[in-house]
Design a protein around this ligand. Structure first.
Ligand SMILES: Cc1ncc(COP(=O)(O)O)c(C=O)c1O
Length: 475
């Protein structure tokens, strides 16, 4: 493909992209395909002679698109959003065009310096104390892994890195029973052993119980284990529970434990000062992660990881073979040492485009609108006799179930609600997911798509009520 062919194809593509954004609403949200359907349409062998772009693009529309779930659909209410926006997409186009690998300052000074400034902007936008310094990671999972590795190294005085963990006591990490699976995975990858991840009980609102945490730490110390880190969830995945950061911070301070805050989704809400109550105590945290790629209108991947001591992170991760030595010395920042992978995409550009396009005020309004929609929906659910909410709704996630009287048995209700979710997703008009709360099957509605409006939530609620109330034994 030469430059003129590229120009022609790209113009076509941009038109298609704009139409897709405008019309995505008429597509089924969830891919309506069966397993293997796409695979069977793909030739077994690669072409030996290249195909023209027009043909490739036509196959994309015919074969690939029907197998896509449309995350940018305004009726996407599943998981947490991975939202996007036009300025973010434009930046991604430039990033792909530049194709820069931004591992060190020398390999693209502007990428490094823009990232540094964007992390300062983001930190101040969400109200983090100014001593925190940030880096963009690919995911909250990677950021949490960095936190746990740093905690491990600080606790073992860097013996873990040098000699492994054979001669160490068991090193224990804590999180609530509701914290995200990426914490447990990070404990496994960090070589601490899954049995050294201790899950702490939660209160009736699904937030970590600080007394249970304090008791577990004492019990572990008595048993000869070494507590090293606590992970606080601000906005748990199942129900958006907010762990009591201040109380946990006090415990971590007394016990000299690493405090990592996982605000992967909810962190975006902190740009509205009304939600800053969630981070009271954050000045005592060692690390904090939130994902602009979830709820700050920035394409995946873009996870903002903040640390109080970059020195500890660097001492944990840095390694410098001859072939990576580059210009700049101490005067520059080399982000290659701030994360697990060496290679880095130019991810700061999309943040710059998004923040400059909307401005902080508009971003706040967009988040606020999602929260308001969720609060309205929670109120509507509370008004119906045959529905019940299963968790508080502090932000924009609503958890509930259909509970027609006299049905009371857990199993029957679980099955009924499973059918409800399957029927709605199968219809293609909206996409929801589920979880379990206190043992009960719970339907989750996460409101956070860039283009979701009140009418989409109203349509969803009407669809849920009518679908639930006509569910029969054969469904
Ligand atoms: C609370 C929480 N933490 C961590 C993660 C993992 O995020 P990522 O996909 O960026 O690794 C999620 C994902 O939804 C989450 O909800």
């Amino acid at each position: 493909m030469d430059t003129e062919e590229f120009r022609h194809a790209a113009h076509q593509l941009v038109d298609w992209m704009a139409d897709y954004m405008r019309d995505v609403e008429v597509r089924p949200v969830c891919a309506q395909v069966v397993p293997g359907e796409i695979f069977a349409q793909l030739p077994r062998e690669p072409p030996f002679v290249g195909d023209p772009f027009a043909e490739i693009f036509s196959d994309f529309k015919k074969v690939i698109l029907p197998g896509m779930t449309h995350w940018q659909h305004p009726s996407f209410f599943a998981y947490f959003p991975a939202n996007s926006s036009p300025p973010s997409v434009l930046a991604e186009m430039i990033t792909a065009t530049l194709g820069a690998q931004c591992m060190s300052w020398e390999t693209s000074p502007a990428a490094t310096e823009l990232e540094q400034r964007m992390m300062e902007w983001l930190g101040s936008m969400i109200g983090l104390p100014s001593e925190f310094e940030g880096v963009i990671q690919d995911s909250a999972s990677t950021a949490t892994l960095c936190a746990i590795l740093s905690a491990r190294e600080r606790a073992t005085e860097w013996r873990g890195n040098e000699c492994g963990l054979r001669s160490e006591n068991d090193l224990v990490v804590y999180g609530s029973t509701e914290c995200h699976s990426s914490i447990e995975r990070a404990v496994k990858i960090a070589g601490l052993g899954r049995s050294n991840f201790h899950k702490i009980a939660v209160d009736e609102n699904f937030g970590l119980d600080p007394q249970a945490l304090a008791d577990a730490i004492e019990a572990d110390k008595l048993a000869g284990r070494q507590p090293i880190c606590v992970v606080v969830a601000l906005g748990s995945t199942s129900s958006s529970a907010i762990d009591p950061l201040m109380s946990v911070a006090k415990i971590c301070h007394q016990q000299n434990l690493w405090l990592h805050v996982d605000a992967a989704w909810a962190g975006a809400a902190l740009i509205d000062p009304d939600f800053r109550w969630m981070i009271e105590g954050v000045e005592r945290a060692d690390s904090f992660v939130f994902n602009p790629h979830k709820w700050l209108f920035t394409n995946f991947d873009c996870s903002a990881y903040f640390v109080r001591s970059p020195e500890t992170l660097l001492k944990t991760l840095a390694i410098l073979p001859e072939y990576l030595k580059s210009q700049g010395g101490d005067a520059v920042r080399n982000y290659r040492d701030w994360s697990v992978p060496l290679g880095r995409r130019f991810r700061a550009l999309k943040l710059w485009f998004v923040i400059r396009t909307y401005g902080v005020n508009r971003l706040r309004e967009m988040i606020r609108a999602h929260v308001d929609l969720a609060q309205t929906l929670a109120g509507l659910i509370d008004m119906e006799e045959d529905f019940e909410r299963l968790a508080p709704t502090p932000l924009a996630l609503v958890c509930f179930r259909y509970r027609p009287r006299p049905l009371d048995s857990g199993m029957e209700l679980d099955t009924l609600n499973e059918k409800l979710v399957a029927k709605i997703n199968g219809g293609g008009k909206a996409y929801l997911t589920h979880t379990r709360l206190a043992g009960n099957y719970a339907v989750r509605i996460s409101i956070g798509q860039t283009t979701t409006e009140r009418r989409h939530v109203e349509d969803l609620w009407n669809l849920i009520k009518s679908t639930a109330r006509t569910l029969g034994p054969s469904d």
